[in-house]
Design a protein around this ligand. Structure first.
Ligand code: AMP
Length: 517
């Protein structure tokens, strides 16, 4: 484990940092490019790219982007699926010192316009199939460059002089990732070079990763897990990113075998789908050493079934969030089964406090809100001092997760303070969906609750009070689908002619709603 020391950072924080660390996301890639030039950096379908090839392509793209006016500090949206261009575009932006803003490809046009405007993005690079979702000049006037993925090859081939890597400070923002929240509007968590470096070092040390590792990018590259746990971590160790365009269990299992994948991090539902796949039993998965999971708890039955089928696999639960640049806790290797109800222990540079509503630490072992501190915690939300002040205190992020820490340091999550559903690892903040539903003429009240699902954990169910409307689930679904990412669209509805039940303070009683048919 690398040595830690206290450092004064971000003006008013003292954080324990790894003394030896890469200075930027770009530097992590460049070091592996120098030492692993001819080794696989990425694999996609039947093609593979060495570190030298990915580096050369990214260099040429950075020249083309610079010619388009993209410069240090500019925000650039990346509406790109899991594909090789995601990696080269990200690297090209990092070379220029620009700020990458990856956005989930399931985001719809109103959400994209909100994000583009909130961060003042000047450019977007997008999958051609998603062109009609790209905000136009009336939605987002500042968005002056719209670059289709299919044009990147031509753009790169016209590149003239390759610009030198822009100087960056560790506390500069490298990436902004938008997360929803209890207020409904997404907030842009500012991932810095420092926060990313610490997360990559945590994964490297706690999962014992090295240059021989090959990691499957099966979750979206635009989510903190894909971006940090897989991409940044593989660049740090000099390993290969095996890109999975879309998770389908049978194809995924075949790919894991063919590419001799040794590592991945996924949500529990994806492991479950692998176990259900008919291909799983015959596939040679002997190279698969480390199976990280997170986002939601894994049922003990799934842990046991995996242990039986893949005795060489070390399963490790990791808990974290966008605001903590991925992991804050992890299960030490070998202890998953014995501590199946725990998300593990605080990572070396992480500090976890359990706090009550008044901001006081609770008694040892008692339950409270988990506050997370450390160099991997982001310094706040982009251009949003109110939300930053509300959700952070002196460098600690208020997670909204209720939990406890036992005397051995094992952290347990018992509940959520935030009104959020977890649909197979995709977070759905109720208020965002409720706001969309309530904007529909005729809908007076709406409340979102999770319907338990054996595979996905929870599915989105809506209670709707619309006395003058004829109940029609399909119409409301279509309306939501135009405005919300698909996984947020309610899959079932309860139409109510009566107002929704509320408590004395006027809050909708969701606990009661969950017990209703
Ligand atoms: P996101 O910002 O999308 O990564 O979501 C972060 C949230 O996911 C956390 O605040 C938790 O509520 C939940 N979460 C993350 N990891 C775990 C885990 N290992 N076990 C249970 N819940 C988790």
């Amino acid at each position: 484990m690398p040595a830690l020391r206290a450092e004064a950072l971000y003006g008013d924080r003292i954080v324990r940092c790894f003394a030896e660390r890469p200075t930027s996301l770009h530097a992590m890639f460049e070091r592996s490019r120098a030492s692993r030039a001819q080794h696989d950096a990425s694999v996609f379908e039947s093609r593979r790219w060495s570190y030298a090839q990915v580096g050369d392509e990214a260099d040429r793209l950075s020249a083309a982007f610079a010619a388009q006016g993209i410069a240090a500090g500019e925000r650039v949206l990346m509406l790109l699926s899991n594909r090789p261009e995601f990696l080269t575009v990200l690297l090209a932006l990092q070379r220029l010192g620009a700020i990458a803003v990856p956005v989930g490809v399931r985001e719809q046009r109103p959400g994209l316009a909100y994000i583009a405007n909130q961060c003042g993005a000047m450019a977007i690079v997008f999958d051609d199939e998603l062109a009609e979702r790209v905000p136009d000049s009336s939605d987002s006037p500042a968005l002056s460059r719209r670059i289709a993925a299919s044009s990147l090859v031509t753009l790169a081939s016209t590149a003239q002089t390759i610009p030198p890597a822009a100087p960056t400070r560790e506390t500069d923002v490298a990436v902004i990732l938008y997360t929803s929240g209890t207020t409904g509007q997404p907030k842009g968590a500012m991932l810095t070079h420092l926060s990313i470096a610490h997360s990559a070092l945590h994964f490297q040390a706690c999962m014992k990763l090295g240059a021989q590792d090959r990691s499957a990018l099966a979750v979206p590259a635009s989510h903190v897990t894909g971006l940090i746990a897989i991409v940044a971590t593989m660049w740090q160790v000099g390993g290969a990113v095996v890109i999975v365009p879309e998770f389908k269990a049978d194809a995924f299992v075949r790919l894991m075998a063919r590419e001799r994948v040794s590592h991945t991090l996924m949500v529990p539902a994806m492991y479950k789908l692998c176990l259900l796949s008919p291909v799983f039993a015959e596939a040679d998965l002997s190279a698969w050493r480390v199976g990280g999971y997170g986002g939601a708890p894994m049922p003990v039955a799934t842990i046991d079934a995996l242990a039986q089928a893949l005795p060489g696999l070390t399963l490790q639960n990791a808990y974290g969030a966008t605001e903590t640049t991925s992991p804050a806790t992890m299960i030490p290797a070998g202890l998953t089964r014995a501590h199946a109800d725990s998300v593990g222990v605080a990572l070396p540079a992480a500090d976890i406090r359990v706090m009550d509503d008044e901001g006081r630490e609770v008694a040892p072992g008692a339950t409270g809100e988990l506050w997370i501190g450390g160099p991997m915690v982001v310094p706040g939300y982009w251009a949003n001092p109110q939300a930053t002040a509300r959700e952070f205190t002196a460098g600690y992020w208020h997670s909204g997760d209720m939990g406890s820490v036992d005397e051995q340091g094992f952290v347990r999550i018992v509940d959520r303070k935030k009104d959020m559903l977890n649909r197979g690892g995709f977070k759905v903040y109720s208020v965002e969906v409720e706001n969309v539903l309530m904007a529909w003429p005729g809908v007076v009240e709406a409340a979102i609750v999770g319907n338990p699902c054996p595979v996905l954990g929870e599915r989105v169910h809506a209670f709707v009070h619309a006395p003058s409307l004829r109940p029609d689930d399909e119409v409301l679904k279509r309306y939501c689908a135009e405005r919300l990412a698909d996984y947020k669209v309610p899959e079932s509805f309860t139409w109510s002619a009566e107002p929704l039940p509320r408590n004395a303070n006027g809050k909708v009683m969701k606990r009661l709603l969950r017990t209703l048919p």
